[in-house]
Design a protein around this ligand. Sequence first.
Ligand code: GGG
Length: 339
Amino acid sequence: MTTNDGGANSDRERIAVIPGDGIGQEVVPAAREVLEAVGPEFEFVAGEAGDAVRDKTGEALPDETRELAAGADATLFGAAGETAADVVLPLRNAVGSFANVRPARAYPGVDAPHPETDIVFVRENTQGVYSGHETDVAPGVTTLTRVITESASREISRYAFEYAAERGETVSHVTVAHKANVMRKTDGLFLETAEAVGAEYDVPYDDALMDALAMHLVQRPEDYDVVLCPNLAGDVLSDLAAGLVGGLGLLPSANVGREGGLFEPVHGSAPDIAGEGVANPAATMLSAALLLEHLGYDEAGQRVRSAVEGTLADGPHTPDLGGSATTRDVTDAVVARLE
Ligand code: GGG
């Protein structure tokens, strides 16, 4: 079900707003308020997806929601629950994204176990074990095919090295995460391709076995800048990094590539707190800042980021950050900084 609540105006950029499940229903409206407060005249178009829609209609991602995202200039998404494979993966595909960019930064004012953390995970977004090739072979026997192609590995590697090269003043090197000593063919190809692409850039790079990397990230996060990852490794390692900076409530993400873009918090639907009005909206608001920058509204994006950072520094804080504020309190505080 979609509702066009912005009115038809072809001059305005069209933003698909898909809250999804659980706390997505709370943090996405909060981030939308922030987009409205910051100025650009967007046309917001709402779409439904997720567990609740599946329960109601039998389909977790109605065609009209997929088409809405595919045709929008950008999409703001919340969270997927049990139906993640039916919702968020096809939506990322619908917007033509091949890169999932997940910045993990510690923010002043937040009690971060590792305040020196400032890492950007560049995750391959279309392949690996998330390519959807799972089979019931026989009762009690299942298989999963892990797909890695040279072309997709080259595309994501080029994205990561371009990203690092453009930020030469703050990014010193790229680390390629893999497990090529075990998954010799698939991660062997990923690593070999990433190294070949890296050799074309004036950006230092190294590689790391992803299991050892998990330990080193916890011990010395300051040693890492941009971490280029196959799909599952990027999902897991970025969540690990959330633990270094104070939690999943702080990590935004951008799914970008050839066409539009889909912007979402790294966190999921958090059913344990859904409906209580205490979800931290920071990750989704920071995702909205990435959305603004993706559309070329750099100044507005920076204003949103500064307002969120200011609120993280001075409070109020939601319970995940040790406070007792509600999503509403934090949203009001961020919006007040934008006015
Ligand atoms: N907003 C992120 C989200 O909905 N996460 C749920 C999930 O399981 N995601 C898998 C993934 O990020 O690939």
